[in-house]
Design a protein around this ligand. Structure first.
Ligand SMILES: Cc1cc2nc3c(=O)[nH]c(=O)nc-3n(C[C@H](O)[C@H](O)[C@H](O)COP(=O)(O)O)c2cc1C
Length: 501
């Protein structure tokens, strides 16, 4: 018999280690597997028991539930206990997903090099670099860090740029509000990322890789380092490709690729002018393939199952699956890997179950702190890059933060400007100064000081930030501000307030 107890950060914060201690105190000989989260976060800690008859889950289990679980016959029996879930794969929230990238996350021992087969790498080693790049191009994979740039085209540029040294850099800064997919896969299936990076290295002929990991993820750092050490020991790493972790220092802008490269080089995280592109002159001036965690973790599936198998998922030019991170004020928060094209409405109500407070959903913010707020009238929008762009929004890294009708959108707009003023690297004036002026102007609008003039000023300021900022930090901050103003004018005092339900 085996018991799976997640070592995912969220499970640990809910007491997974205490649950483990209570189980092993009573059954010291039982085999314990530390897996990742299955992504159904309202059920954490979700522990699973595997016997000859199959594998079943219990959740959400806290230390207080242990006595009643034992009384009900757990771990062998226990199916009459209210926390008994049956097979996790048969839960509705799981059945509606298409897990390609997260297929293995939470399923087995996250750190076992015996369980993880590196089969995609084996295939890749039989292909030429150009064949690998072609497969990635054919798959239609676009970068999952936010900009959605075609990965195969980026890799082609790195492959075509001749240099005695090239790098693979994994962007694991995961700074967007409401996102946790990178963390989840690094803790739950770290070899998938490592394998993706090794395949990338072969494709672009790089010999050194770095994972730039946000300092707010100490548990991830521990697991990932162990995985890297194990991969060296098992002989996967160290044969022409070396991999190291570098920790960030808590700066949002260091998720922007050129600021990240500065930080990796030991400098202050300020963005670089482009061109040159990092693919041509990146880390230490050398050609660099810089990709998000989920982009790289999508590569093993593409190589193992073929570009077509990946391309068959999704809608239009948004190929494959989107790893949606649903959170905020929602009943069933979690990671849902679904084909592009699912509507927001289906996600929010069909899967998310509406708000946790039971109040109506007023808005959602997709794509992190620089993403627009969507109004209820836009909830039919299919989740594809193209449809979201048409709606004036973005999918970004797939974070969806839900708000009920108690949210004050003028304060949210103010917060967007304030966030930018705190996190701006300071290199360009529209972002550095514009965001500070933006907070002041919004404050004046809220308190009805020369409201009409200040509204005009705010629109002007947003135009300058959009057109004049050096990167998307200042360039996109107007999106949440202007969407809040457009769809929720009553919160700025421009219309009478609607009665709250
Ligand atoms: C302000 C800002 C913050 C960003 N933060 C992240 C981040 O935390 N993680 C990430 O992967 N990409 C982030 N990006 C996007 C990166 O600049 C870059 O497009 C991405 O890492 C490239 O990888 P991809 O092509 O695989 O998406 C950010 C961009 C901006 C402008």
């Amino acid at each position: 018999m085996k018991i799976y107890i997640p070592h995912d950060t969220s499970s640990l914060s809910l007491g997974a280690d205490e649950v483990l201690a209570a189980i092993t105190a009573k059954y010291p000989d039982i085999e314990i597997i530390r897996n990742g989260s299955r992504g159904l976060y309202w059920l954490e800690s979700l522990i699973e028991v595997e016997t000859d008859k199959g594998r079943v889950g219990y959740g959400p289990v806290s230390i207080d539930d242990i006595p009643s679980l034992f009384e009900a016959g757990f771990p062998e029996g226990g199916s009459m206990h209210p926390l008994y879930l049956g097979k996790v794969e048969e839960l509705e929230a799981f059945k509606r997903q298409n897990r390609l990238t997260f297929a293995n996350c939470g399923v087995s021992d996250a750190l076992s090099t015996e369980d993880y087969k590196f089969e995609a790498l084996e295939k890749a080693l039989k292909l030429s670099p150009q064949d690998i790049v072609n497969a990635v191009k054919d798959s239609g994979l676009r970068g999952r860090g936010g900009a959605a740039f075609p990965t195969g085209i980026k890799w082609q540029t790195v492959l075509d740029t001749k240099s005695e040294k090239k790098y693979i850099v994994c962007n694991a800064d995961e700074g967007d509000s409401g996102t946790f997919a990178d963390r989840m896969i690094m803790e739950g299936d770290p070899y998938c990322l490592i394998e993706g990076m090794m395949i990338a290295a072969r494709a672009v002929e790089a010999s050194q890789g770095y994972i730039y990991l946000r300092s707010e993820y100490p548990n991830t750092a521990k697991i990932l380092q162990q995985a890297i050490d194990n991969a060296y020991e098992a002989g996967h790493l160290g044969k022409g490709f070396d991999l190291e972790i570098r920790m960030g220092a808590g700066s949002y802008i260091c998720g922007e690729e050129t600021a990240l490269l500065e930080s990796l080089e030991g400098k202050r995280g300020m963005i670089r002018y482009r061109p040159p592109l990092p693919a041509i002159e990146g880390l230490f001036g050398k050609p660099t393939a810089l990709n998000n965690v989920i982009t790289l973790a999508s590569i093993p599936f593409i190589l193992a199952q073929g570009a077509k198998a990946y391309q068959n998922h999704g809608a239009g030019k948004s190929k494959g699956t989107l790893t949606i991170q649903l959170c905020g004020n929602v009943k069933y928060p979690g990671l849902y890997e679904m084909d592009f094209g699912v509507s927001l409405k289906e996600l929010l109500y069909g899967i998310g179950g509406g708000t946790a407070t039971g109040r109506p959903i007023k808005t959602v913010q997709c794509g992190g702190p620089l993403g627009a707020y969507l109004h209820e009238s836009q909830f039919d929008t299919p989740m594809t890059y193209e449809d979201f762009a048409k709606a004036g929004a973005m999918l970004g890294h797939g974070g969806v933060v839900v708000f009920d009708d108690s949210v004050d959108m003028a304060q949210q707009a103010r917060y967007a400007m304030e966030f930018c003023s705190i996190e701006s690297c300071g290199k360009c004036t529209p972002c550095r100064i514009g965001s500070t002026r933006g907070v002041e102007v919004i404050d004046k609008i809220i308190s009805n000081v020369e409201r009409d003039q200040n509204l005009e000023l705010l629109e002007d300021l947003c135009e300058v930030m959009t057109d004049g900022s050096l990167c998307a930090m200042g360039g996109l901050t107007p999106a949440p501000v202007l969407s809040a103003l457009k769809y929720f004018p009553e919160d700025f005092g421009l219309l009478p307030k609607k009665k709250a339900a």
